[in-house]
Design a protein around this ligand. Structure first.
Ligand SMILES: *Cc1c(COP(=O)(O)O)cnc(C)c1O
Length: 370
């Protein structure tokens, strides 16, 4: 699905030097590379403040703690996403309120927002799934009207750009109250272990998020609020400093691969290529098609036999996960999410895809239908 080894080989000298630099100084925790990286990422994304943390799931949790969401309050979240988004809501004693997604673009269906909001709702978590922004203009307007906080889950969409109707262009993660992201190795900006970050333009909130991530302390051993321990390792920050310089090239490569798939599957009666959200660029964390008229599982096994990996992100919608049964949802509650779980198939996409490898993948997929 991804080829992190070939990617590393091309930047090996830079990465090795960065890692050695950290080891030489032994500042493994909160070394200068961490600050350097958060500054560089703020420059890159246009976010005023970037607060690094241990992983993308922690980023979501700290964001909700920072926004003062209280147990029992409701947070709207798509039924079709990675579990982390809903997990932290449940962990904090909040109530996840699921919402269905749009079949073509996989982003949350803004037309259903009005029916999900109650006097107890405090936030919305749009997930920029597979790499493109949700309809942020509508989401922000809705949030403003109902006085809700917006946390953008940007784990899959770092670098994606959204254009508002007034012409302003902003990056994924920098439009809501807080944006969160992950540096999990296979993410578009991945490190060599776990890592995450939050974005905000609000100074007071930035300060609070930084405190929560660091045991609720401002000054060592003085704890103002209850926090957590969630840090980006210096080693990971050093690696990310190198990789951030290549992110534009990585995004361009992913888009080239996506364009070739688009072209190859255009008009195919069994393969539906991903539609684009108007006003958003696509970071193509995943190239996810929908398989129609044949068994996805048979196609997947056929591809595996021919040496072509493929993945199902995600096979079960959140409302049908065992862990969330007690919320009382049932089959049929989120028909689009349920149907996507049966149809989606993500194809290999990465930054070092060789033309001949992608041609083989495309020929093999088409061969299944021949
Ligand atoms: C990867 C991911 C996360 C969690 O990131 P971790 O760093 O693995 O904790 C959260 N949300 C989405 C949509 C993701 O893809």
């Amino acid at each position: 699905m991804v080829d992190l080894k070939s990617q590393y080989d091309l930047i090996k000298a830079e990465v090795d030097q960065a890692i050695q630099g950290v080891i030489d100084t032994t500042s493994f925790i909160n070394g200068p590379q961490v600050k350097e990286f958060s500054n560089a990422l703020a420059d890159y994304t246009g976010a005023r403040y970037v607060i690094t943390c241990g992983n993308g799931t922690d980023a979501l949790q700290i964001a909700m703690m920072g926004l003062d969401f209280q147990p029992g309050q409701e947070v709207i979240v798509p039924a079709f996403t990675y579990v982390a988004t809903a997990e932290v809501i449940a962990l904090l004693g909040l109530k996840p309120v699921f919402i269905d997604v749009i079949a073509d673009t996989y982003e949350l269906d803004i037309a259903q927002l009005e029916s999900k909001v109650s006097s107890n709702t405090v936030g919305i978590v749009p997930v920029h799934l597979y790499g493109q922004c949700s309809n942020m203009e509508a989401i922000l307007a809705f949030a403003k009207k109902h006085n809700l906080k917006v946390i953008e889950d940007t784990a899959q969409a770092i670098g994606a750009k959204y254009t508002f109707s007034d012409g302003r262009v902003m990056q994924a993660g920098t439009m809501g109250d807080v944006g969160t992201t992950s540096f999990f190795p296979s993410k578009n900006l991945g490190c060599y272990g776990d890592g995450g970050a939050m974005f905000t333009n609000n100074e007071a909130l930035a300060e609070k998020l930084r405190m929560i991530a660091n045991h609720g302390q401002k000054k060592k051993y003085h704890h103002h609020i209850v926090g957590v321990n969630s840090r980006l390792d210096t080693l990971q920050a050093a690696i990310l400093n190198v990789k951030l310089k290549h992110l534009d090239r990585y995004s361009a490569s992913r888009n080239e691969v996506a364009d070739k798939y688009d072209e190859a599957f255009a008009g195919h009666k069994n393969i539906k290529s991903p539609a684009r959200v108007p006003n958003s660029t696509h970071a193509f964390h995943q190239y996810t098609v929908q398989i129609e008229g044949v068994s996805r599982e048979e196609l997947k096994s056929y591809l595996a036999e021919k040496g072509v990996p493929s993945m199902v992100y995600y096979p079960v919608p959140l409302h049908q996960q065992e862990a969330y049964m007690d919320l009382g949802f049932k089959k049929g509650d989120f028909p689009v999410a349920e149907s996507l779980c049966l149809k989606v198939l993500s194809l290999p996409i990465h930054t070092e895809m060789k033309v001949e490898d992608q041609e083989y993948i495309i020929e093999t997929i088409k061969g299944f239908f021949a």
